[in-house]
Unconditional design. Structure first.
Length: 308
């Protein structure tokens, strides 16, 4: 009983952190290969080879950094990804953190991520890293607000802020159908919070790597794994909030969660490869002028649907 309720969910979180990050790297290379933009090397071994190479490299040091904060930030970001995975229910009883307010806990992960990403850029005491941190802060609040509106929208039909109840409320109809704006908006938040693809403004090439411009060796490995793990956490939350979580015919609930998470990851990685990176000023306009009002419309839509 203890194994099923506590040990197994915790082990699944750690398993998804490592295997999920590896899966993101492999899928991204497969998509790049299909689009003709992949680098040479084995798709399956390249992430392992890069990880081993980074482990042997010297960790870079800048002049007068806040060394503790600089080294701690990647680990904190990875910890936030672990907390995000902990609120994802694999079945009605298999969940690491089944809080009555697990939706709120996920919201706190998004808010703290803004702090950690800025800390990563600020603590290096380097120009490009600092600009990358400020770029993310300029957009971080809009990501949080958009996510808040769409997640409140999925909580309304469930009459609960608990992800297990949100999944259970989708027994007859997924929230993807009830609230068609919700999932696309949430996926955009996922790309923004992991600064992936078109929304990679914190670690972009025009800033020579942004917040990660000055890191190398093991800290860079942890940072890269944390970004991929956060993308996996987003796919898990999206699966629970919009795609019915463990619900599905024939197959076991946890397997349905994995299949749906893979589908969401594929969409996110495809968007990351296909869409061009936005200029920072256009991204700010898009978030505040277009997507934030759309998320409020989604919330109103969900409220009206819950009343009918």
């Amino acid at each position: 009983m203890i194994v099923e309720e506590l040990v197994l969910p915790v082990l699944m979180v750690f398993f998804m952190l490592i295997v999920g990050a590896y899966t993101v790297a492999v899928l991204d290379r497969l998509i790049a290969g299909a689009l003709g933009t992949s680098q040479a090397g084995s798709v399956w071994l390249a992430p392992v080879a890069r990880g081993a190479w980074l482990m042997t490299q010297h960790a870079n040091a800048t002049e007068a950094p806040d060394r503790r904060a600089w080294r701690l930030a990647p680990a904190l970001y990875l910890s936030l990804a672990a907390i995000g995975l902990a609120v994802v229910p694999w079945s009605g009883s298999l969940v690491a953190t089944d809080l009555a307010t697990s939706v709120v806990l996920w919201g706190s992960v998004e808010a703290l991520a803004t702090v950690v990403i800025f800390l990563h850029g600020w603590s290096a005491n380097a120009l490009f890293a600092l600009i990358g941190g400020y770029r993310y802060v300029a957009l971080g609040l809009s990501y949080i607000l958009i996510s808040m509106f769409v997640l409140i929208g999925v909580a309304l039909p469930a009459e609960s802020l608990q992800f297990t109840q949100v999944v259970a409320s989708q027994g007859e109809l997924w929230n993807l159908i009830r609230q068609p704006l919700g999932l696309p908006l949430f996926l955009i938040v996922g790309l923004g919070m992991t600064f992936w693809g078109p929304l990679n403004l914190a670690d972009s090439t025009d800033l020579a790597g942004g917040t990660a411009a000055e890191i190398s060796g093991p800290p860079r490995l942890v940072w890269d794994v944390a970004r991929a793990a956060m993308l996996v956490a987003f796919s898990g939350v999206a699966t629970s909030a919009f795609l019915g979580g463990w619900l599905g015919p024939w197959l076991p609930g946890p397997l349905w969660v994995v299949i749906k998470m893979l589908a969401v990851l594929l969409v996110l990685l495809l968007l990351g490869r296909l869409l061009p990176r936005l200029a920072p000023e256009r991204c700010v306009t898009l978030m505040w002028v277009v997507l934030l009002p759309l998320s409020f419309i989604d919330l109103v839509w969900a409220g009206v649907g819950a009343l009918l």
